[in-house]
Design a binder for this molecule. Structure first.
Ligand code: SAM
Length: 314
């Protein structure tokens, strides 16, 4: 059940991806109701709230209370600096729960909906979350503290074949069997508890040196991605959001989704094109929009971003 957030601790900042492109496609107008389904630290939301003005309403969701706390500070600062207070409501909720959130907010239809998928830099760079092989930390990976199964639980309990399938299907790792075998051998001695242990197991299973210039990406990248997607149920939640969207958008309402890997983008593309075929949507981005070279230079995390958008038929 979604809960309304109260202020909390602040964490490091995050640069919004494809900001101008999102605003151009969503075209938020004064007085409109806008949902930012992954509000993060409100990088996009600050601009959305400014555009809809005091008559509008911004509804923000995030599974991570720490990011929501930063979003609240940023939106409050904007509201205080405006002549008239701006209206926003934040919910600690998964976007798969959007129907319940809108009910709580007393809103039946929205004019614009943004989903900027995946993780924020603040989360990736927080060693305690265990999302990255770059810092030693607990092998956790939960974005939402309401979740109960961690990445350590998965690597220590899944059967070898199931673990291999997961790493292959969600990470696109072609050496998934080797990695799963090495994990299962290691866990006989003791539970695998940290990011460093898992990273070391993957590197030695692949006989890969992360410092070598030959590896374009860190050898554990795909394994970590797969576990993160599984722990957070990312694909199931995205499917649910895409399923809910036509019923939530007002006629003429716009929806934009930024995805960061092909498993997500494929789902978004498929949902938008079948909605367009069925007369539910009009496609606003014929091809996915990607960041400019300048944006990638300024914000390397944006390099794999793809933005797609639709408008709800009237
Ligand atoms: C890429 S960041 C969004 C950044 C935001 N647009 C900004 O500019 O500050 C993604 C955010 O979505 C949140 N998130 C991930 N999956 C979610 C879900 N299923 N429902 C709600 N929030 C989710 C993450 O916790 C993270 O804060």
């Amino acid at each position: 059940m979604p809960v309304v957030l109260t202020p909390g601790d602040a964490v490091a900042s995050h640069l919004p991806v494809l900001l101008d492109e999102v605003l151009a496609l969503l075209s938020p107008q004064p007085g409109e109701v806008v949902v930012d389904a992954t509000i993060g630290q409100a990088g996009h939301a600050v601009r959305l709230l400014r555009a809809i003005g005091p008559e509008g309403l911004l509804i923000g969701l995030d599974v991570d209370p720490a990011n929501l706390a930063v979003a609240r500070e940023n939106l409050s600062a904007l509201s205080v600096s405006s002549d008239v207070p701006l209206r926003f409501r934040l919910f600690h909720a998964n976007f798969a729960e959007l129907g319940e959130v809108l009910e709580l907010a007393g809103v039946s239809r929205v004019n614009a909906l943004l989903a900027d998928l995946g993780v924020a830099s603040s989360q990736l760079n927080d060693p305690q979350r265990g999302l990255s092989f770059q810092w030693p930390g607990p092998l956790d990976m939960r974005l939402d503290p309401r979740l109960t199964v961690t990445a350590a639980d998965l690597v220590n309990t899944l059967a070898e074949a199931r673990l291999a399938d997961l790493i292959f299907e969600l990470g696109g790792e072609r050496f998934s069997r080797k990695i799963a075998r090495a994990v299962c051998r290691r866990r006989i001695d003791r539970r695998i508890e940290t990011t460093s242990e898992l990273s070391e197991i993957v590197c030695s299973a692949l006989r890969a040196d992360p410092a070598s210039r030959k590896s374009r990406i860190h050898p554990a990248t795909r394994t970590f991605q797969a576990l993160r997607i599984a722990v957070n149920g990312e694909l199931e939640d995205l499917d649910r959001l895409l399923e809910l969207a036509p019923g939530v958008l007002a006629g003429g309402g716009r929806m934009a989704v930024i995805s960061f890997h092909s498993l997500e983008d494929r789902r978004v593309k498929q949902s938008f094109s079948s909605g367009s075929g069925g007369g539910v949507y009009q496609i606003l981005s014929k091809k996915p929009i990607q960041p400019s070279t300048e944006e990638v230079q300024a914000n390397p995390r944006s390099r794999s971003a793809k933005l797609r958008a639709v408008a709800r038929a009237g």
